[in-house]
Design a protein around this ligand. Structure first.
Ligand code: PMP
Length: 353
């Protein structure tokens, strides 16, 4: 730290992204990316003229993409907010709506407490139930900005829509953010509730089901007034936070909507097969509705299993939080990648750690 840093940031613990080692080729199952490329129409969307047009700023309003997303989700273009990945939107949400503090589950996306600290939003956490599911009744009506990842990470479990609705309905005076980064892998979207609740913000991303993590494109759906608040912060930070190329790729992806839904189904089928094979080896894990598994094994120390997988060329995600130190999060890759992971786990079990 330099002596120049504003003292208010001195104690901040930043988010740690999943590692991207370059020392060898890994089967990469640690950051919940899609194993499949974006839709063919997305691959073909850009030409040299688009690169030449980089001399021009992007449309800060993202007019065309907002219209397309509004059509897809049955809302008005003014109810769509675009940003540089959904992390960017979550950041704005804490900045905008955290005046009375924030609440989220005790085990969830580890970026939430970082955003809260960054914006000096006091937060409380609500323990998960014994089976790792979110305690909707305990989360509801806390009188604060409420943030719910649904499906939750890193557990992969989703709340049904009626329980999400109960949380949104319990506190009309505060925004409820439903972070749906993984919704396309089998959960119900709260977008269906947007007509009824003006305190709901549904946050989605192109990074997972749409196979475009590197493009950095997230969007949120909410009431016009909430979206205007987010826009005020965006225009006070970086109006051009979605670049020209990404806007165009994002539009092509909406036009090829069926492609990514097919991929999500493939990933869900691979997930079911992988869960079955791992449970047969003695692993236990919640019934994931996301593109990852959250697994543990009575004979394998969590950190040692992570390292043993890495030594054998497979990257998975281990978290230092002592409450989940015996667990690892494993992204669903291709059929072949998951067969390799199951085989590796079997070898590690046989050889011991
Ligand atoms: N929400 C959750 C629950 C996530 O796991 C992630 C991915 N790390 C994000 C949001 C952010 O994704 P992105 O910024 O790539 O849209």
């Amino acid at each position: 730290m330099s002596r120049f840093l504003n003292a208010k940031y001195a104690g901040l613990t930043a988010y740690t992204p999943g590692e991207q080692p370059r020392d060898r080729q890994y089967i990469k199952l640690n950051t919940n990316e899609s194993p499949y490329p974006p839709a063919p129409a997305v691959l073909a969307a850009l030409g040299a003229e688009d690169v030449a047009d980089l001399r021009l700023y992007s449309d800060p309003e993202g007019t065309v993409l907002r219209e397309k997303l509004a059509g897809l989700y049955g809302v008005k273009p003014g109810q769509v907010f675009l940003s540089n990945g959904s992390d960017d939107i979550l950041n704005f949400a804490f900045m905008a709506f955290g005046a009375d503090g924030a609440v989220f589950p005790s085990l969830t996306y580890s970026f939430y407490p970082v955003f809260a600290d960054l914006h000096q939003v006091a937060y409380e956490t609500v323990p998960l139930k014994e089976d790792f599911s979110v305690d909707a009744a305990a989360l509801a009506g806390r009188g604060k900005l409420t943030v719910l990842a649904n499906p939750n990470a890193p557990t992969g479990l989703a709340l049904p829509l009626d329980q999400v609705e109960a949380i949104v309905a319990a506190d009309p005076s505060h925004v409820v953010v439903v972070d749906e980064a993984y919704v396309d892998f089998g959960a119900e979207s709260a977008a269906a509730l947007l007509d009824q609740y003006d305190n709901l913000l549904v946050v989605m991303t192109y990074s997972k089901s749409r196979s475009m993590a590197g493009a950095r494109l997230g969007f949120a759906l909410g009431s016009r007034a909430i979206i205007e608040d987010l826009e005020k912060l965006k225009y006070s930070t970086n109006p051009y936070n979605v670049n020209r190329l990404t806007l165009k790729l994002g539009q092509a992806a909406v036009d090829a909507d069926g492609y990514f839904r097919d991929n999500a189904r493939r990933i869900m089928a691979t997930r079911a097969k992988t869960m079955q094979a791992l449970r047969a080896l003695g692993f236990s894990m919640p019934d994931s509705q996301a593109n990852f598994l959250f697994l543990t094994h009575p004979k394998l120390d969590g950190a040692a299993f992570y390292q043993a997988c890495k030594d054998r060329g497979i990257l998975i995600r281990h978290f230092s939080d002592p409450a989940i130190a015996q667990y690892n999060r494993v992204t669903i890759g291709t059929e072949e990648e998951m067969a390799a992971f199951v085989q590796t786990a079997q070898e590690i079990l046989k050889e011991g750690l």
